[in-house]
Ligand binder design. Sequence first.
Ligand code: SAM
Length: 238
Amino acid sequence: MSAPKRFFVEKIQEEVVLAGEEYRHAKSVLRLRTGDEVTLLDGSGREYPAIVSSAEKGRLFLHVVGDRVSDAEPRAEIVLIAGLLKGDKTELVVQKATELGVTRVFVFSSKYCAAYMNDNKLERLRRVAHEAAKQCRRASAPEILYFDSLKGALEAGKPCACKLFACEFLTENEGTMSAIEAPCALVVGSEGGFSEEEFALAGSLGYRGVSLGKRILRAETAAIAMLAVAAHALGELG
Ligand code: SAM
């Protein structure tokens, strides 16, 4: 028997109505019927088992029957600060970041960034994060914010105790991925990479440069690799 399907809702109460996109998915794709069990999520880190009590055109009525803390929520706070990528590559990064347990994703534009952001794209990234959270059984999706400057994104990550900046032209490592501590902020550039001035700016804000090896990785590979190493070092993959 497959696990109950998961749905994000705005608010949890005894009777919950599923409408809009989540309703369409529940009805047309998953073909849920009265009596089926589902799991509701409100982004708080808790899960709420519920039963489909009835359905009408455009709405599914659910009766909440339980409440528990999710055991799949990340314990360590990991913030990914990633350059905006061309095409749908930022979606890929957000999806993988969600699976790897990232709590927040700050997407930025920078000097050599060739992609652009708009409201629809940002909304799409948030949807991707929610879908990935449901698929990997998290009870919350990472917060996704967009910054139109690298400086804004770096400043938003400043409260993190450990701040590492993946720099493709680094001559000497300033930090080490294996000694990572939470909360941490991990910075990865876009396809165009970083300028010397951007690297210096990051240094002035407390970010330490790290190399990801002798090969230049694609931006999406660099983000996923850096996150996987950090998640492992922080005990999130064990
Ligand atoms: N356009 C740059 C160039 O030609 O050198 C490459 C940028 S790379 C595709 C995108 C980002 O991935 C970089 O800004 C950096 O954050 C990260 N990255 C890729 N390979 C790296 C490496 N070997 N060490 C550190 N960071 C790396």
